[in-house]
Write a protein that binds this ligand. Sequence first.
Ligand SMILES: [Zn+2]
Length: 390
Amino acid sequence: MREMTDNEQRILTLVGADGPLSKRDLSERGRMAWATVSKYVNRLEREDILERTGTSVCDRHLGKNAYLYDLAVRAPLFVGIDIEYRTSRVAHVNLRRQICRQQVFATPEIADIEELIAFVHGLYRVELEAQDERTPPIAGVGIGLPRWLVSGESDLFLKLGERLTDLFGVPVRVENNIRAYTLFVLSQLRETSFLVVSVRNGIGAGIVSRGRLHRGETGLAGEIGHITIDAAGRQCRCGKQGCLETIVNQRLLCEKYRVATGTLTSGCEEDVASDDCLRELFTAAHQGAQAALTILEEAAIPLGRSLATLLLVLDIQSIYLVGRFGQHGAVWIDSLQREIQRNVDPGLSFSVHYRPLDDDGYLLGAASLVARDYLDYSILAAPEVSTRRR
Ligand SMILES: [Zn+2]
C-alpha cells in the first residue's frame, strides 16, 4: 500500500464519516479546491478505495447531476489486536471504523519479547487464513497491549512494531492499551486537545495535543499510575512503592465499598473487583449513600492531585475519565474537579467528563494506529478556539 497524501486523508475521512459525497461536497467540507478534489478522487477510484454509488439529485454549481462517492467494497481493511493479561481479541476494521469480524483468544503466559512475537504471529496467521479473494487487502496491523506484559525492554512497543512489520510485510504499530483507546476517543470527539484517563486495575492516561497522540520518546508518556504518592506505600508492579495506582484502582474501590457495607467475604477475590461491584458503588454514591460518597471523595484526592500536575505540565483543558463505573460514573466528577482546582493555578479553566468504557474501543483504537495513515480525525474537530483565561 502506498502512502496517502494529506488531501487524500481528508477525502477518505469525510467520506468515511458522512459519505456518500459528491466532489463538490468534498471541496466545501474539506476546504479544498475542486480541481484538487477531482484529481485525488479519481486516483482513489482507480485504486479501488473509492467507488461511485449513484448521483446527487442536482449539483447547484454545475447545474447537473453529480456522482456520489463512497468507500469501495474493496477498500483496505486494518487488523486491530487488543492484548490483555487474560484474553486477546483480534478484529478486522474498515475505513468507516466499523468492526467487521472479531475473534477472542486466551492470552498465554508470555516470558519475553520472542514469545510475544510468536503469539501475535499466530493471531495474525488466523486472520490471514480467513482471507479469500473477495476480502479486501489488509493495509496494516495495530496492536494495543499492557506495558508490563513483558518487562525489561525499553520501548517494547517500537521494537515489537519493527520486528512484526518485517515479519508480516505490512505496517505494524504497537502502543499501550490506553493510547490505543485514546485514538478511539479521538475518532469520536470533535476536539483536538484532551486527556483520556482510565481507571481500571491500573491507571493510565492518553494525551492528544492538537489532534496528535503524544507517546513520548520511548512510549512512556501518560504513565500517571506510577506517580509516587506515598514513598513508603505498597509495592507496585513497576518496582517502586506507593504509586498512584496502588492507592486508587478498581479493585481497591470495590474492596473499600465491600468493607463499608459489610459484604466483604473471604474466598471471593474475583467478585471483589467485579464490574458489578464497581457499578454498585457508583449507583450508591449517586443515590447519596454517605459511605460510597466518602470512598470516592477520598480516592479523588491522590487522583485529582496527579491530574492537576498533568494539566500544569501539558496545558490541556479537557479530561475524559474512563472506567467501568456504569451509568452513574459522573458522580465522581465533582470531587475530582474540586481536587484538581485546589492544585492548579486558580485562573486555569478545565473540565472533567465521564465516558463509560467501551470494550470495542480498544480494538478500534488499535486499528486506528495504522488506519490514521488514511484518516485524519483532526479535520472532523471544530476549528481550535482559545478559551484560555489568564
Ligand atoms: Zn508503579
